[in-house]
Write a protein that binds this ligand. Structure first.
Ligand SMILES: Cc1ncc(COP(=O)(O)O)c(C=O)c1O
Length: 456
């Protein structure tokens, strides 16, 4: 048995891969075993080359194969790979300092963790405990938005409403969770016809939820500045209004910048596009380009001060929180983002990516919408552009897109008709041309197979 076949058979027998079915994997000869990577390109165990369009899960910001990060982690691990209880390390202190120096407003207090879910979970505990410490324990309800995702763990799993069927079998849900509409102006559920109208209506809906449920019961609003799954970029009014509304009712605003943070939208943090600093921010992915597990919940001084003082500390710990090796890797990763001006590259090449994707509309009747900001873009496929009717699930458009793109060497898929594209910050215009060309060809083939006339 060859190297790849052996690994695939063993994976099919023993590996529980995230969101994959091992029986299908065994039948179709999967999984692909990735071996090495450089920038956006990865090579598999059979020597095939792929473009990892979304850099992992929109997470490998600086691209694959950055030896400097490996070396920083190695150097730290050689010296000390974990610290004694109740102590910290220079790498942990320095990464907290660095993150605080970049985060907007007075977001100065950094609780390091090992990934996105731990970051939002930490934020959830902070916001509830904050109100309790201030004599308002009745504020426990949390508002999040339909179509958002904030993590896989027991608390935050119930925030937002992600892909269909994703939660089945995991009930019961939690008490006190309220859901607001997503400010998606392509499909505004409140009837807004422009990004501005939709933004205002959706922000007002958050206010209504607070008022109708009793402001004295609401702890926080959780929101991704740009909702990642369908790449929802809100109209400009949305974040400033959220900020104002939260302030008006004493509700904390939590920005989930796990996907958007550290440059993905063409700013270091996406909230900077709208000048609305949150009270708590969650980061992961881009902060360490997922070279190692690292993330953080960052609180403003005003929020953190509530936890200052003897016996007043937040009772919350993960064994690996503040891990020195991960901290050293994150520090080096941030240094690369700054030294190589990758945030500016994300803004510039992101604008080019969006413009190139826009051109698909002219030729492909199934392209309903193209949207994006920086290096977060999406192409939404529809069965009828006029009515915006999505494709029926039995048409299996998502898996068709995935197959067609794979046959052209692209690791990229679609979810519920949306091809979300969030490439590493190091992407070049030439990479964009290659990716958009492959998407173009894939759409021609899909339209051909469906008998849809291929021009608009
Ligand atoms: C917006 C957002 N928040 C939180 C998470 C959870 O992060 P993790 O998978 O690192 O736990 C994700 C993961 O994709 C995410 O996209």
């Amino acid at each position: 048995m060859g190297y790849t076949e052996d690994l695939q058979k063993t994976a099919a027998r023993h590996l529980w891969m995230a969101n994959r079915d091992w029986t299908e994997m065994a039948e179709t000869g999967g999984p692909t075993v990735a071996v090495e990577g450089k920038g956006l390109r990865v090579t598999d165990s059979d020597g095939n080359s792929w473009i990892d369009v979304n850099g992992g899960y929109i997470s490998v910001g600086v691209g694959h194969g950055r030896v400097e990060i490996a070396e920083a982690a190695f150097e730290q691990a050689k010296k000390l790979s974990f610290m004694p209880a109740g102590t910290t390390t220079e790498a942990t202190v320095r990464v907290a300092e660095k993150i605080a120096s970049l985060a907007p407003g007075s977001l100065n207090r950094v609780f390091p963790v090992s990934g996105g879910s731990e970051a939002t979970e930490t934020a959830l505990k902070i916001v509830r405990a904050y109100h309790g410490r201030r004599g308002q324990p009745g504020r426990y309800k949390v508002i999040s938005r339909e179509g958002s995702y904030h993590g896989a763990t027991g608390g935050v799993y119930w925030l937002g409403t992600s892909a269909a069927g994703y939660r089945e079998g995991f009930e019961p849900t939690q008490r006190g969770l309220l859901y607001a509409p997503q400010p998606n102006s392509y499909r505004c559920s409140l009837g807004g016809e422009t990004p501005s109208e939709c933004a205002v209506l959706c922000a007002e809906a958050v206010e209504r939820l607070i008022v109708e449920n009793g402001p004295e019961t609401v702890a926080a609003v959780f929101a991704e500045p740009v909702a990642a799954r369908a790449c929802v970029v809100p109209g400009d009014e949305y974040w400033p209004m959220l900020r104002e509304i939260c302030d008006r009712y004493g509700v904390l605003l939590v920005a989930d910048e796990i996907v958007t943070g550290f440059g993905q939208t063409g700013r270091m943090f996406a909230v900077e596009h709208w000048g609305a600093a949150p009270d708590v921010m969650a980061v992961a992915k881009g902060v360490v380009s997922t070279y190692l597990p690292f993330g953080a919940a960052i609180a403003t001084d005003e929020v953190a001060d509530v936890f200052a003082g003897k016996d007043n500390y937040l009772r919350h710990v993960f064994t690996a929180a503040g891990h020195p090796v991960c901290s050293a890797a994150a520090l080096k990763n941030i240094e690369i983002i700054e030294d190589e001006n990758l945030v500016r590259n994300a803004a510039e090449v992101g604008a080019y990516l969006k413009a190139q994707l826009e051109t698909l509309k002219a030729d492909h009747p199934i392209v309903g919408d193209v949207r994006g900001i920086g290096l977060m873009c999406a192409v939404e496929l529809v069965s009828d552009r006029r009515t915006k009717e999505p494709f029926a699930p039995e048409m299996e458009v998502d898996s068709k897109v995935r197959e067609k793109l794979r046959s052209r060497g692209l690791l990229l898929g679609a979810s519920e008709g949306v091809i979300a594209i969030g490439p590493p910050l190091v992407i070049t215009r030439a990479d964009v041309d290659e990716i958009v060309h492959a998407i173009d060809l894939a759409l021609w083939e899909i339209e051909g197979e469906m008998g849809i006339a291929g021009s608009v």
